[in-house]
Design a protein around this ligand. Structure first.
Ligand SMILES: [Zn+2]
Length: 292
């Protein structure tokens, strides 16, 4: 969500009426070490709450009340695309984690890896945006037609598109970093074959139950023999929200008019049902507009 502050409490600092803000979603459990340190994204008890997702009402209303600590200020010139902040934070955290791990264990890692981003929904496209802003060569993988909206947005940010993993293998061999945003277990498993030695693989999709045969020995042997890291990542902390706002701003400057094309439809709130039942070809991100 993105919204404008209409009122702040007398003790609130750094925020004022008419500021544009994006709210964080997760509220820590208040019990575990990580939540107490301000890292509710790493909550270990699982007793956290999330507005609109777990145990708390979401932000689909005309007015929202919350604590100041959960609001991130956004520059006014980002008003048309700041709603993309929260999905951007998901991959800010995953990419930040991948870079920290690689730099910690591979001092010579040149930070200019070949990255494979799997799944070009909003999260995959925003991951591509973050990586391209850091000058990294991005190959995006999806199954949609190369002339369709998603591959075209990827290309507008300087990324390359492949429609199959065999095409990726043929053209690039392997990659140093995988950012997965597909959420299909079989695809997630198939991606591992394309990771180079010393590579790192970040999973962000949430797959449904799916049973299929897998050579477990080969799977774990590859991780060991190739010194590969495989990790999952969910949610994000305050610093990732701040980085997301910075990156959306940078992307707007670098590729004017491109990032907002990820928002393919704005639905007036009175027609909200269309956002869930409408089927439009090539939609990426559908937004409900409470100003309309
Ligand atoms: Zn916790």
């Amino acid at each position: 969500m993105v919204g404008m502050l209409v009122e702040v409490g007398p003790k609130v600092k750094g925020l004022a009426p008419k500021d544009l803000v994006v709210p964080m979603v997760r509220r820590g459990c208040g019990l575990c070490h990580d939540c107490k340190q301000g890292f509710s994204d790493l909550c270990t008890t699982g007793l956290y709450l999330e507005r609109g997702i777990k145990g708390l009402h979401g932000f689909q209303s005309q007015f929202v009340v919350d604590e100041a600590a959960y609001f991130i200020k956004v520059p006014r010139e980002l008003s048309h695309l700041a709603v993309l902040t929260e999905p951007t934070t998901v991959v800010e955290k995953a990419i930040d984690t991948a870079f920290r791990l690689q730099k910690a264990r591979l001092p010579a890692w040149d930070a200019q890896p070949l990255a494979l981003v799997a799944g070009l929904g909003p999260v995959g496209l925003l991951a591509s945006m973050i990586l391209r802003l850091r000058g990294i060569h991005v190959v995006g993988f999806d199954i949609v037609d190369p002339t369709s909206h998603r591959p075209q947005l990827l290309k507008a940010m300087g990324g390359e598109y492949v429609q199959s993993l065999s095409a990726f293998k043929e053209q690039h061999g392997s990659c140093d970093l995988i950012v997965e945003a597909v959420g299909v277990a079989k695809v997630e498993e198939a991606l591992l074959e394309h990771l180079s030695a010393n590579g790192i693989y970040a999973l962000t999709g949430v797959p449904r139950d799916e049973t299929f045969p897998i050579d477990g020995g080969a799977f774990f042997r590859q991780l060991v023999m190739k010194n590969q890291d495989l990790f999952g990542s969910v949610n994000a902390n305050h610093s990732h929200f701040e980085q997301a706002v910075k990156d959306l701003h940078s992307a707007q400057m670098k590729w004017p008019g491109v990032v907002e094309k990820m928002i393919t439809r704005r639905i007036p709130y009175l027609q909200y049902a269309q956002a869930f039942t409408g089927k439009w070809k090539d939609d990426i991100k559908v937004v409900i507009d409470w100003n309309s």
